[in-house]
Design a protein around this ligand. Structure first.
Ligand code: FAD
Length: 702
């Protein structure tokens, strides 16, 4: 009798990407004569690595400053215990797919941490680790990695004996010991050697390939989101498997019309979610500035639980825009049923493994509430979603185009027309009018509406009962797939809310008598991005643009140095940059005040679009080369490396992850090379050690 062979499939996922890849693997396993035992890493009762004899596949993403996703935190903590023996996982045979983004410094850090620990504990790799880069498209690595996975699992299984409850004794001759001691099969993936370093090169390579294909697609006028050209339009396509439907969704007329306001959803406990008034809203940039930065002051005096430290961040809960929700309701043909209650349960005969009703959708909510507060209808449709939409698209031409966009062959078009312009679900449905998906498909594929984190830009010491934060109004320009520009969901929503009470530069008060609006916020778990507790420790802050926000909190907290003449204070440095001194120099007066009071010893400024730059800490040497913060860092190389290498000081970087954080890191590598007189690798190792030591810290977003 033929029995399917099992393997264990574990995922750690913050935004659902790793989970959805893992679910795809679980679905496909059957076609390869395998059974995947799928589980989330935090469901530790569902798997037991200590006794596992089958191959284990990990698919994990990385979040924040290289942290594990929330649902992998416990696992990482467990395997990091120092008490574990070096042969703890000697019996284990694993493969790992790490998801990350090379725009962030700690690329795939969670995957690397797990891998390193598994190896330290004696586990053996049976298939090379894949490091997929969201910066260029995960699929560049994920697709070939998955293609090669099946053979690798089968090969690993054939070397292993089944456990006592195993489905099949494939090779009764081989003992677990032999398996553990045997070297991993030498697997070559098509064109891809998936080692970490090479992968970065690959990312560059694929970036080039993609941009070349992007360029050629742009040149050909007739190619668009909805139309393709040869050769793609003539190719046979490899389309992903249809994700099995798993939700049974019905609408029932409600007895009362529910008010559409936020409820406590998902993992947020009541005590964590606060509705707080905005007590002040100030535009920080001049009207002619390229970006608009706004400062909001929240009155948190009624929430004594909300105490915060400089460096903390918090979540702002925003809803989808009412007009987009309305458009979506019309598009689904459900506008008349918007106040009906949504009932969701699992399809009785679903083939989806580990199917669950999404935990972030509360019971007894209206359809209007669901689309307003639960689903990120602005999210970029994933390929699995496009695949599912195919089944509900009547027009043949549109069906073919959806097939292309979710196919391997259409990867460049997917990036060009869907991913890069951040095409939303609603924009996609508008472009494909013959597609009429049922509500269940939307709930299955559209991710949870996420709150947006912001860094505190104040200290409780200076502003008791108040919390400040600063943000740039995100604006997505009009493009071929989006005829009308749009604002970011949260920043645009906040702007609409505060517009009537906004205070403009040069004015102290709003003339408006409009009532102060309220927003929902919740605290994020405390981080290590904190000023040194020991005042004598010197530190360097790098925060261009809105990245300066947490450092205002740091400096406010430290203010009052002159009141403690007996204490020793380490030097403080701040590197700030923006386009123009007169248009978008945020917190100018406050920063100059910190310099005058001696709270900030060195304020290094650069204005990328002004003719020249200068220091604001008394130094008169105008440094014309310094366009961006990294240039200014290089100009102060000696002082910085002294602080880091000789004075046990710290360096904090905050702001844009896409370019700045990487450029700053590159500058630091250069500085370390010179200071140490060593090569690139040694310099990188020194920086890695500083990170490990929590002396090089980042709070970056992109
Ligand atoms: P969204 O609707 O989420 O849109 C943003 C998306 O649009 C992004 O995916 C981006 O890639 C995309 N996008 C942006 N521009 C374009 C474009 N031109 N073309 C195509 N796509 C584009 N932000 C601050 O301003 N201040 C802070 O203090 C701050 N602190 C943070 C702290 C942490 C720990 C983190 C993780 C993030 C922080 N952020 C901060 C970022 C913030 O959370 C939001 O991501 C940001 O404000 C945008 O939210 P939004 O809802 O308006 O935009």
């Amino acid at each position: 009798m033929y029995l399917k062979r099992r393997f264990v499939l574990l995922y750690g996922s913050q935004k659902g990407q790793a989970q959805s890849i893992a679910e795809g693997v679980a679905e496909e396993a059957g076609d390869h004569g395998l059974v995947a035992e799928l589980s989330c890493l935090d469901n530790s009762e569902k798997y037991n690595l200590e006794k596992e004899t089958a191959p284990v596949v990990f698919i994990v993403s990385t979040t924040g400053d290289g942290e594990p996703p929330d649902n992998a935190l416990g696992f990482v903590k467990r395997i990091k215990r120092k008490t574990l023996a070096s042969d703890h996982y000697k019996h284990l045979c694993y493969a790992l797919l790490a998801l990350g983004d090379t725009n962030y410094a700690n690329f795939c850090n969670c995957g690397k941490t797990i891998e390193q620990r598994l190896q330290e504990l004696g586990a053996k790799q049976f298939y090379p680790t894949g490091y997929a880069d969201d910066g260029v498209g995960l699929e560049v690595v994920v697709d070939p990695w998955l293609d090669g996975l099946w053979e690798a699992i089968k090969e690993a299984l054939s070397k292993m004996t089944s456990d006592s409850t195993g489905y099949l004794n494939v090779d009764a001759g081989a003992s677990p010991k032999e398996t553990a001691d045997s070297s991993p099969p030498d697997i070559q993936l098509n064109l891809l050697s998936i080692t970490d370093c090479q992968n970065c090169e690959l990312s560059e390579q694929s970036r080039k390939t993609l941009s070349t294909s992007s360029a050629s697609a742009t040149q050909t006028a007739a190619s668009s989101l909805t139309h393709s050209l040869p050769p793609l339009s003539e190719l046979a396509l490899n389309v992903p498997l249809l994700p099995p439907p798993y939700l049974d969704v019905s609408l029932q007329e409600a007895e009362t019309t529910e008010q559409v306001s936020i409820r406590i959803v998902g993992p947020f406990k009541k005590e964590n979610l606060h509705e707080v008034p905005i007590s002040k809203a100030v535009q920080m940039t001049r009207g002619d500035s390229v970006k608009t930065a706004l400062l909001l002051e929240l009155d948190i005096s009624a929430c004594p639980m909300m105490t915060y430290q400089p460096g903390d961040s918090f979540d702002v809960f925003c809803s989808n825009r009412a007009t987009e929700v309305e458009d979506m309701l019309h598009r689904l043909g459900l506008y008349d049923k918007r106040n009906h209650m949504v009932h969701i349960c699992l399809l009785k005969d679903t083939k989806k493994r580990g199917a669950q009703v999404p935990s972030y959708i509360p019971q007894n909510i209206s359809l209007l509430y669901l689309l307003t507060w639960c689903l990120e209808i602005r999210s970029v449709p994933k390929k699995a979603f496009l695949r599912a939409l195919l089944e509900h698209t009547a027009d043949g031409v549109q069906r073919r185009r959806l097939q292309e966009l979710c196919s391997k062959q259409g990867a460049a078009d997917y990036n060009l027309y869907v991913r890069d312009p951040s095409l939303s679900v609603l924009e996609l449905l508008t472009a494909f009018p013959s597609c009429s998906p049922p509500l269940s498909i939307l709930i299955e594929h559209v991710p949870k509406l996420q709150p947006r984190p912001y860094s505190a830009a104040s200290s409780c010491r200076r502003h008791p009962g108040k919390l400040h934060f600063v943000f740039n109004l995100v604006e997505l320009p009009a493009c071929s797939v989006r005829p009308v520009w749009r604002r970011g969901l949260c920043t645009g929503g906040l702007f609409d809310l505060i517009n009537p009470v906004l205070v403009f530069p040069g004015k102290t008060e709003s003339s408006s008598k409009a009532a102060l609006p309220k927003i929902h916020v919740s605290w994020r778990p405390s981080c290590s991005f904190r000023p040194p507790a020991d005042l004598s420790v010197p530190f360097i802050m790098v925060g261009p643009g809105t990245g300066v926000a947490p450092f205002i909190g740091f400096l406010q907290q430290r203010y009052g140095k002159q009141e403690h003449p007996e204490a020793t204070f380490g030097e403080t440095w701040l590197f700030f940059g923006c386009r123009h001194r007169d248009r978008d120099y945020l917190f100018r007066e406050e920063l100059e005040g910190f310099v005058s009071s001696g709270t900030l010893n060195h304020l290094k400024l650069c204005f990328s679009r002004d003719g020249h730059e200068e220091d604001a800490d008394g130094a008169t040497d105008s440094v014309t080369r310094c366009r961006y913060v990294q240039h200014n860092l290089l100009c102060n190389s000696q002082s910085i490396t002294d602080i880091l290498l000789k004075q046990n000081g710290r360096l904090y970087v905050c702001g844009d992850a896409k370019n700045m954080a990487k450029d700053v890191n590159d500058a630091l590598v250069e500085m370390m090379k010179t200071a140490l007189g060593r090569d690139q690798l040694e310099a990188m190792k020194t920086l890695a050690a500083l990170r490990e030591d929590k002396r090089y810290l980042q709070d970056i977003w992109g």
